[in-house]
Design a protein around this ligand. Structure first.
Ligand code: FAD
Length: 456
């Protein structure tokens, strides 16, 4: 009896229901397919490929410690799974549920192909979500469109118990595999990119739940303090389990843990929206807006935004953090997204696409639906909120330390000048070198926004 475990965005051994279920068979083929469908869709950004390489090497190492190994193939995922199933005479395949349009199609194709050969596909729900999409729905709809009631229901769900990692894995002899990919040789990877893999994720989980979560409620918005968990790439690649994280955080207790668990619910919330409305990855989810700026001037503004040269220091700091680390603080994501979509009035899809090119946690559900939330086309109940970058900077970077860290041109300035360098005069101003003047006047931006939204 041979089972295949197809790993996708669940690259771990701890708390892994598909592996646990397959392990009851005598032999297991732990399989990862470098899926041509994903690369062809342009979803293989260098930062995520590098993090993925770390994850696959670590998964292989973890399997080897247990007497097994990871089988890596490249090609069309359905064809490769069927090929391995034929080679090993496997009668079942286990995998984690996933929810993008692509993932839903992949599952259907795989199920059909396997069943045509008399094999079975088992899809496990609570591997990459704590509460699965579809598990909760209001009376009149197939999903929740508003977070607060979703969260109330989510909080009442009894999560399954986390599972231990298997102690041994027996892989059938003779299954051909490529070497797991490596980071070396990848170009375009951010210099400050975090290390991937389950071992790194679990080390971070242990230390942050011990030292960080207690202050999370007070400090999660402190840009310079950098006090959030940084679990997002691990949740994206599944090197940490959301079920295990929720259990452990709840055990540690207190307002910090509660606030953190609420963020895990936000993640599930967006996933259930995407599962029900896969088109929301590209089209406006609730309110349609189509008067976005385009043309040469808008193109120049988009470039300045990408490069971190808008002349608004906190926006520029956040955009430069993104480029340097492949990650950005949540407060930075909010205020840079507001700046692009509301102050510059540029289509959220432009911003979402650029984030996906760089973010190591770049995720269709979380990225697209957070962009829509901020653009006012998504699930925000106050779709016309505008975050003023100067007010945001003074509130969330009061000392200016975040700006000084990422914008060296302003490293000699104190708060509040560091947030409004255009107010400097004479020699002070000359000392800024080539740091740009603001590309837009905030009140002009606000007036344009109101006009475009018919709010005058
Ligand atoms: P913590 O504050 O420690 O939160 C813990 C976990 O909760 C996160 O790892 C994440 O999985 C989840 N979470 C936190 N905030 C949110 C949120 N607003 N929505 C959904 N889940 C959340 N997150 C991604 O994982 N991938 C993305 O591509 C992504 N793009 C974003 C784009 C924009 C414009 C905005 C405003 C937010 C985006 N987020 C995205 C959500 C959030 O910014 C990140 O999850 C968070 O900053 C990651 O840092 P952390 O792990 O330290 O978070």
């Amino acid at each position: 009896h041979v089972s295949i475990v197809l790993f996708t965005s669940d690259l771990r051994l701890h708390d892994h229901p598909p592996l646990r279920a397959a392990h009851e068979a005598r032999q297991v083929v732990p399989l990862f397919v470098r899926d041509r469908g994903v690369t062809d869709a342009g979803f293989a950004a260098p930062n995520r490929l590098a993090f993925l390489a770390d994850c696959l090497r670590d998964l292989d190492a973890g399997l080897r410690e247990r007497g097994g190994r990871l089988v890596v193939r490249s090609g069309d995922v359905v064809e490769e799974v069927c090929r391995v199933a034929t080679e090993t005479d496997a009668d079942e395949v286990h995998m984690a549920a996933d929810f993008s349009a692509y993932a839903q199609r992949r599952e259907q194709r795989l199920r059909r192909a396997l069943e045509a050969d008399g094999r079975r596909l088992h899809v496990h729900d609570t591997v990459t979500s704590a509460v699965a999409p579809g598990a909760l729905a209001p009376a009149a709809s197939d999903h929740f469109a508003v977070f607060t009631p979703y969260f109330r229901h989510w909080s009442g769900v009894r999560l399954r118990e986390p599972m231990a990692a298997p102690r041994t894995i027996r892989v059938p002899d003779g299954v051909g595999s490529e070497d797991p990919p490596s980071r070396a040789g990848l170009s375009g990877v951010s210099a400050g990119l975090a290390a991937g893999g389950e071992a790194a994720g679990r080390a971070r989980m242990t230390s942050w739940l011990r030292d960080g979560v207690g202050a999370y409620e007070d400090r999660h918005d402190d840009l310079a303090g950098d006090a959030t968990s940084r679990f997002s790439p691990h949740l994206h690649f599944g090197t940490l389990s959301p079920v295990e994280l929720a259990h452990r955080a709840r055990k540690s207790g207190g307002p910090g843990a509660e606030a953190f668990v609420r963020q895990l619910a936000w993640r599930d919330f967006h996933r259930q929206v995407l599962a029900a409305r896969p088109a929301a990855a590209l089209t406006d989810y609730r309110t349609k807006h189509d008067r976005w700026r385009s043309g040469r001037r808008a193109g120049e503004d988009i470039e300045a935004w990408k490069e971190g040269r808008t002349g608004y220091p906190v926006v520029d700091a956040a955009m430069r953090q993104l480029r340097h680390e492949g990650w950005m603080h949540n407060r930075g994501r909010l205020l840079t997204a507001s700046f692009l979509t509301k102050t510059l009035y540029v289509d959220w899809r432009e911003g979402a696409r650029y984030f996906l090119e760089l973010l190591v946690d770049g995720d269709i559900a979380n990225n697209q639906l957070n962009w829509q939330w901020m653009a006012g086309t998504g699930t925000d109940s106050r779709p016309n909120r505008v975050l003023n970058p100067v007010t945001q900077a003074k509130r969330y970077d009061p000392e200016g330390a975040y700006v000084r860290r990422w914008v060296p041109e302003l490293a000699e300035l104190d708060a509040p000048s560091v947030h409004e360098p255009w107010k400097l005069r004479g020699l002070d101003r000359a000392a800024l070198g080539d740091y740009p003047d603001p590309i837009v006047d905030l009140s002009d931006g606000l007036a344009r926004f109101k006009r475009s939204r018919g709010l005058d």
